[in-house]
Design a protein around this ligand. Sequence first.
Ligand code: HEM
Length: 115
Amino acid sequence: MGEFGGYAIPAGTNWLPPLYLLHRHPGFWSEPERFLPERFAPGREGARARFAHMPFAAGPRHCVGESLALYEMLMHLYKLARHYHLRHVPDQPLELEAQLNLRTRHPLHMKLERR
Ligand code: HEM
């Protein structure tokens, strides 16, 4: 039996911190709902609590695919954005779903237009 924040956690329990809430917690982030990519600019790491941002979890069981995932995302964006404008096709309601990671509830269709 373990304990977290006053709650007893039986051995063998699958437990994941609510990353969606953590990443929007006003105690850790100013203007948490705003899209401010400069929060993640190099050198800004020290401006926030150490574990305030952990999309790949943390500790000995953190995501083994983290480097691959970051590289893949960078490459997809780089390869696509160089050649195409991406336009959202609003044929589905745009709703977010917080699972292990944050995703859209419905498919997010995009139209590619060559630059
Ligand atoms: C954006 C992409 C990804 C995100 C946000 C993500 C996130 C996470 C998180 C939060 C965990 C911890 C789960 C837990 O504690 O129960 C995890 C574990 C894991 N991830 Fe990822 N992941 C991503 C991509 C990948 C990729 C590309 C791979 C493999 C090629 C991968 C392989 C794994 C494995 C094997 C674990 C379990 C590690 C362990 O239990 O020791 N992930 N991931």
